[in-house]
Design a protein around this ligand. Structure first.
Ligand code: ZN
Length: 260
């Protein structure tokens, strides 16, 4: 049996126009700059643990515990003011793992859907995982000059890459890494299960309206790719064998355990 734990790893505050770009006519609204508090919403930050007979897979990391004591330095000034995060006690990824009886070194894989701080920012906590991985496209972008990538988060940590196509992680078709590019250069989802399955979609969507009505988020690295990824999610979402499309910041998704 496969089990997927949806882990509540705190929250982040974003402009209401970030998740669903159709919620504002202000073209810069999604950045949160010069926008009043009434336009801000809190959204969850989620990570996932897949318990598989062939190994343990952590998908994303949420925040580092450093956010509790020195948020300004940890997040960087722009993130700290535009999109500040919160990590209550017990919600750090390693605190969840400990509660479930695991240590970071027990993780066979830590797969990063992409390398924004709310997804890869806890990488330092789980750096003893056996393999830490991001897609080739995401890693190439993260090594570039774009300010969204905070290289200091993964300094000294060895990150392996996987190709930008479907990757069958255990060779049995039950955990597949899926390119869902667009929100970021190499955003990757994970399909988990067999006949019944679920999709971990990262930030390819922000909630059911994303894939039901093909609503792009406010921030896209590549809008055409982001739209193609939403169409992919829509096909999965409409498939009766797909039990859930899980999105990192979906306010409708509660922490739970799926058995597949
Ligand atoms: Zn995110």
């Amino acid at each position: 049996m496969l089990r997927v734990h949806v882990l509540d790893c705190g929250s982040t505050v974003v402009d209401e126009a970030l998740p669903f770009s159709d919620r504002s006519r202000n073209p810069l609204a999604f950045t949160g700059i010069l926008r009043g508090k009434k336009h801000k919403i809190s959204v969850p930050v989620t990570a996932y643990l897949i318990e598989h007979p062939k190994g343990l897979v952590l998908v994303d990391t949420g925040w580092d515990t450093a956010i509790r004591t020195d948020a300004r330095r940890y997040e960087g000034l722009v993130n700290h003011f535009a999109s500040p995060g919160t990590l209550p006690l017990g919600k750090a990824v390693t605190e969840h793992l400990r509660r479930l009886g695991y240590r970071p070194e027990d993780m066979d894989y830590c797969v990063l859907t992409h390398m924004d701080i709310d997804h890869a920012g806890g990488i330092g906590l789980v750096q003893s995982a056996k393999h830490i991985m991001a897609s080739e496209a995401e890693w190439a972008a993260a090594c570039g000059a774009h300010p969204r990538y905070l290289k200091r988060l993964w300094r000294g940590i060895s990150i392996e890459t996987f190709p930008d196509r479907d990757v069958d992680l255990f060779g049995d078709g039950t955990v597949t890494l899926l390119p869902l590019h667009g929100h970021s250069a190499g955003m990757t989802g994970v399909k988990v299960g067999g006949a019944r399955y679920l999709i971990i979609a990262g930030d390819a969507g922000y909630g059911r309206p994303s894939w039901e009505r093909l609503v792009l988020p406010g921030i896209c690295w590549n809008r055409a790719e982001a739209l193609a990824s939403l169409r992919t999610l829509q096909a999965y979402g409409n498939d009766e064998n797909c039990v859930a499309v899980l999105m990192t910041h979906d306010t409708e998704q509660k922490p739970t355990i799926f058995e597949l």
